[in-house]
Design a binder for this molecule. Sequence first.
Ligand code: NDP
Ligand code: 8X3
Length: 249
Amino acid sequence: MSKTALITGATSGFGAAAVRRFAAAGWKVIATGRRAERLAPFVDEFGSEAVHTAAFDIRDGDALNAAIDALPADFAGIDLLVNNAGLALGTAPAQQADLAQWQQMIDTNITALVTLTRRVLPTLIARKGAVINISSVAATYPYTGGNVYGGTKAFVKQFSLGLRSDLHGTGVRVTSIEPGMAQTEFTLVRTGGNQAASDALYGDAHPMTSEDIAEQIFYVATLPAHLNINRLEIMPVTQSFAGFQVARG
Ligand code: NDP
Ligand code: 8X3
């Protein structure tokens, strides 16, 4: 019998590639995101028996619960939750940052993620399923302007480890995947639609692709049931670390 994955943030980037990777491998997929017009093509491509779509703003707890309540029976047995929906907004230093942008990152990357996880956990426990949370290298390595975004991803990383602990003995697996630079709509969103900034960041840098990350998600999800990767940090070869900074005078 095919397994079922619920993948958030499926309208773009990692999430869209993951929907295709899992559906192509015979999984049933629940694909979510706000842009319904980006979800519909998955049904055209894979069929309504393979992909169920639910368009809602993940920050809206009522809409989230309604989408789970409305799952067709064929899709209600969720075996894998991929908490991928998320965003960075802005690169300003904290002292100049827009508080509304900080709030949106917290609401999306943290509050919505824990709300959906809490909602789906009983099903995952009943089915000895798995949670894959998309954190970031920004969870571990601070950079200027990363402030709240990095903080939200550090939460996701630590929440994942905490879930592992709480779910001890249930057979449910939990992994925090922590990617570095990957070319998606991430930078367009972060810069408010600045295509030149996005092109400048990724240009000639051989960043990771959405398919690279989808492949890692699929790999983690399809490991033998007795194995749990706790954290998976992954970067393009072209990206590494810089040193500390010192202010003088
Ligand atoms: P994209 O911008 O391409 O995709 C982000 C996805 O999140 C979209 O499908 C978007 O859907 C969804 N999303 C955002 N806000 C909401 C919301 N309020 N309600 C529902 N869905 C929402 O970026 P990526 O694919 O790169 O990002 C996926 C995840 O990977 C994010 O959590 C990001 O932080 C993380 N990440 C990205 C890295 C990168 O370099 N690209 C590196 C490390 C981590 P829609 O707008 O249609 O609602
Ligand atoms: C996205 C990667 O380095 O832009 O999470 O923060 S980074």
